[in-house]
Ligand binder design. Structure first.
Ligand SMILES: CC(=O)N[C@H]1[C@@H](OP(=O)(O)O)O[C@H](CO)[C@@H](O)[C@@H]1O
Ligand SMILES: [Mg+2]
Length: 545
């Protein structure tokens, strides 16, 4: 790097001093924290994104400003690679280092070292870098986006493009499309969803109507707003009532949204007795997660259809199409985490599906799903998608050419191709997930209640334990067994044995300073009791803080 380049970085970094005592980690979902403390972090991630773009030139990188389901006063930042997938994990240590660099000088020296090691050429007349910026609806987003812009353009030859308010998956979709040389506007995103959705509706064999109204809880965030845009401009026939749009005084994620509904298992604000039996869906704050639910009585308690149930519905539909094709050559697999309800895993295995487990965090699930021709992944909290390998889509498109129009086989192929266009291939996407659930329910002729009957969730319990050092817990790669502290797994196994269908595991959280305990058994009392006794073991092996 020459003197001018260094001066440019120093000058812009001087504008964004690191707040004292800020210690951040890129973690499972980018940097997150109180929005008032994040300007330097976002600015630095702007620099990182430019470097990433130059490293992979010619390519466009995405930078999203969001704190998803966290409270409205928080914000955060994460990076999309050119494929639309999460930033390569190889760059996370560098992200941690620069976010925590104590002065502009230290920051620039880390950058110089990294640029040299990675052989990134800056401003040598080669390809320039490009970073596309998006933000969710948080009020702090605009100022942070400016910080990101300044960071991006402080790397000579790099430009920032402000795409405004978007859902996280929209930005990932657009970045992916751009790097594939396709139309990459928001309009193109909506059109792609609309075309594939309509195609799937047209392919429904009989007029099996489940066309009853759907009510969406938009978490007072960007998802409700974008869904309104989709309905207004593209899918006006779809009967969806949208609540919690953020315009009626509601606060982002406060007693609303997918995270609240999944964790608390109660109705979000804005829903009540008049909604008993109605099909409802909740998005999270940046619309990359969704869960369905319905009220079975006038009380607040809900029947929850979580990520596992959405996964099961999708798996069933995809498998049905593959059965029509009698396509032994397609490797279909599903990916879950240890948090998946045991009843869902049994159900999926009972369908004859290959079920594999990945570590918590969608980047891990995505990686495993990409090993299949068709890989379906979901976290229980509602983040997931269906990945189709490019080779398999090409094979399908070729196969369709030899089939007679309107035949069962041709329809099955067309459905699979349409699903691959509808469901976001980059990350989990609440809007495209919703559209696919709606199609599949209509295709099956099922109500939400009927869908819920696929299997009955085993009662479960999650506990957070605060300990002095959560990194003292080391688990196997699937996170279901603790390797350290020595002896704790034997003790946990001893507890599990006491319960019918007992299952429990511990792992250090990647986003909070806690050890998480998950327990499952045939009754709620047993799940609670198993969870509590494992939490006690964690305290006795690690001490409480
Ligand atoms: C049990 C649980 O829900 N864990 C969440 C949570 O990760 P932890 O590492 O468990 O804190 O946040 C992640 C990022 O949002 C999400 O991917 C994951 O599913
Ligand atoms: Mg989210």
């Amino acid at each position: 790097m020459d003197e001018t380049q260094i001066a440019s970085l120093l000058k812009s970094s001087d504008l964004f001093p690191l707040p004292q005592s800020l210690k951040l980690s890129y973690g499972t979902a980018g940097f997150r924290g109180d929005a008032t403390l994040l300007a330097s972090t976002v600015h630095r991630v702007g620099i990182l994104s430019s470097l990433r773009s130059l490293k992979l030139a010619p390519s466009t990188i995405g930078l999203m400003i969001t704190a998803s389901h966290n409270k409205v006063s928080d914000n955060g930042v994460k990076v999309s690679d050119p494929s639309g997938e999460m930033l390569s994990q190889e760059w996370e240590p560098f992200a941690d280092q620069i976010a925590n660099a104590s002065s502009p000088q230290k920051l620039v020296s880390l950058i110089r070292e990294f640029v040299e090691r990675e052989e990134i050429s800056i401003g040598d007349g080669g390809e320039g870098g490009e970073v596309w910026l998006g933000r969710d609806s948080r009020p702090s987003g605009e100022a942070l986006l400016r910080a990101a812009e300044i960071g991006v353009s402080s790397v000579p030859g790099c430009v920032a493009v402000d795409l405004g308010v978007l859902t996280t998956p929209q930005l990932h979709w657009m970045v992916r499309a751009k790097n594939k040389g396709l139309k990459a506007t928001e309009k193109a995103y909506f059109e792609s969803l609309t075309t594939s959705f309509k195609c799937l509706i047209d392919l429904i064999p009989f007029n099996k109507s489940s066309g009853s109204k759907l009510v969406l809880d938009g978490a007072n965030g960007v998802g409700g707003e974008k869904m309104e845009e989709l309905l207004r401009g593209y899918l006006s026939n779809l009967a969806i009532e949208i609540r919690n749009t953020g315009r009626d005084g509601g606060v982002l994620n406060e007693s609303v949204g997918a995270d609240f509904v999944q964790k608390e298992k109660v109705v979000p604000l804005g829903f009540g007795v008049n909604d008993v039996g109605v099909r409802c869906v909740s998005f999270d704050g940046d619309a990359d997660r969704l869960v369905y639910f319905y009220l079975s009585s006038g009380e607040k308690k809900i029947e929850l259809l979580d990520g596992d149930k959405i996964l099961s519905l999708f798996a069933l539909f995809v498998k049905e199409q593959l059965n029509v094709l009698d396509d032994g050559c397609c490797r279909l697999g599903v990916v879950q985490t240890a948090y998946a309800n045991g009843a869902s895993t049994d159900y999926l295995k009972g369908l004859g599906l290959e079920v594999v487990f990945a570590k918590t965090g969608v980047k891990h699930l995505h990686e495993k799903a990409a090993e299949f021709d068709v890989g379906i992944y979901f976290e229980a909290n509602g983040h997931g998608t269906i990945l189709f390998s490019e080779d398999y889509v090409t094979l399908l498109v070729d196969k369709r050419k030899g089939l007679s129009e309107g035949s069962d086989e041709c329809n099955a192929v067309s459905r699979l191709v349409a699903v691959s266009n509808l469901i976001n291939q980059a990350v989990g996407d609440a809007i495209s997930g919703l559209l696919l659930v709606e199609v599949v329910l209509r295709h099956m002729g099922w109500s939400v209640q009927k869908w819920n009957e696929l299997y009955k969730d085993l009662p479960s319990r999650q506990v957070k334990v605060e300990v002095p050092d959560r990194t003292a817990v080391v688990t196997t790669s699937e996170e279901t067994e603790a390797l350290r502290p020595l002896g704790i797994q034997d003790a946990i196994n001893g507890e599990i044995k006491k319960y019918r269908r007992g299952r429990a595991f511990i792992r250090p959280s990647g986003t909070e300073d806690v050890v998480r305990v998950y327990a499952e058994a045939t009754t709620q009392e047993d799940a609670d009791s198993l969870g509590d006794s494992v939490a006690q073991l964690v305290k006795s092996f690690l001490g409480s803080s």
